[in-house]
Design a protein. Structure first.
Length: 309
């Protein structure tokens, strides 16, 4: 196992009587991509703000490279960078001017600022737009510039809080490639997202946060195995009456909105018996599709089971 660069144990945070984090624990290995997955209000941003020393937890411990987020704020700030949900750049300045300004505010010397600015403009494919006002940038370009700024001081850990919010599919895919490239170069990525596909594509490890608690964590493939193996999706699109009869005959998960039944593939013989039942009752499905468990299935099942009664 690689060295954990982030170690969180029994972290709790509340505002008055409202509990946001209810004792979460996890570790992030150095150089990996860790995704904290959850719906809006689950506590993702609160976790990031605690780890980046913007706010303090009520109890529990959070260490980054061995430094305590309560006691060693200055040491941690030298090692991390935070990019929020929306690009925090000056629209009146050019992309290059934004980088230079933030480099100086970060107390980097002039030579380092110039070198890092040139490097990052190339790395993030912003050379052609370097001298254009940021107000003329697309959403994807702004996000790239925002992340470039966060890397000026070459941090060990970068916190990306929902970095693809508001981006179109093409820009989101480009951002995924950028994040993967940063990880390949040794940067530890702490990614929060509500996009299941994003976590599935990028993360080495995923923690699912629900109602202030981490309800499951592990690699995407491990989480998917919680849902069992491959299933047969039987569709009755445009056949509501047939679907109503079939759901009484078959042992599976029904979806009235899509008129489908998801049947577990227990054995070939079991599958043959269920399809024979449909045939004997004169029912012919619209289509049959084999489907492996997805992260969406895991998320929906886990969060359903952990909702307060």
């Amino acid at each position: 196992m690689l060295e954990p660069v982030i170690s969180v144990k029994d972290l709790k945070k509340s505002y008055g009587n409202h509990s946001v984090l209810n004792g979460i624990s996890f570790e992030v290995e150095r150089g990996s991509i860790f995704s904290l997955l959850g719906e809006n209000g689950a506590g993702k941003t609160t976790t990031v703000h605690i780890l980046s020393t913007l706010i303090s937890a009520n109890s529990g411990t959070a260490l980054i490279s061995g430094y305590d987020t309560r006691k060693d704020v200055n040491d941690i700030k030298k090692r991390i960078s935070l990019t929020g949900q929306y690009a925090a750049v000056d629209e009146l300045l050019t992309g290059k001017e934004n980088l230079i300004m933030m480099g100086r505010l970060s107390h980097l010397d002039r030579k380092t600022v110039k070198e890092r600015t040139d490097e990052l403009l190339h790395q993030f494919d912003l050379v052609s737009a370097a001298n254009k006002p940021v107000r003329t940038y697309s959403g994807g370009m702004r996000r790239r510039l925002d992340i470039a700024i966060s890397l000026l001081a070459s941090p060990e850990v970068i916190f990306l809080d929902e970095p693809t919010t508001g981006l179109d599919p093409r820009s989101r895919k480009n951002m995924w490639e950028l994040i993967q490239d940063l990880s390949n170069k040794g940067v530890t990525i702490f990614l929060t997202t509500q996009y299941l596909e994003e976590a599935d594509q990028l993360a080495d490890k995923i923690a699912i946060l629900n109602e202030g608690k981490i309800v499951e964590q592990g690699p995407a493939e491990t989480l998917k195995k919680l849902m069992g193996e491959e299933k047969l999706e039987i569709s009755f699109a445009g056949q509501k009456e047939n679907w109503l009869v079939a759901k009484q005959l078959l042992a599976g998960k029904t979806d009235e909105n899509n008129l489908t039944i998801l049947v577990p593939l227990v054995s070939v013989n079991n599958l043959r018996q269920q399809l024979q039942l449909l045939h004997e009752n004169g029912i012919e499905p619209a289509s049959l599709n084999f489907r492996k468990p997805t992260l969406d299935d895991v998320f929906m099942e886990i969060t359903k089971n952990n909702l307060p009664e």
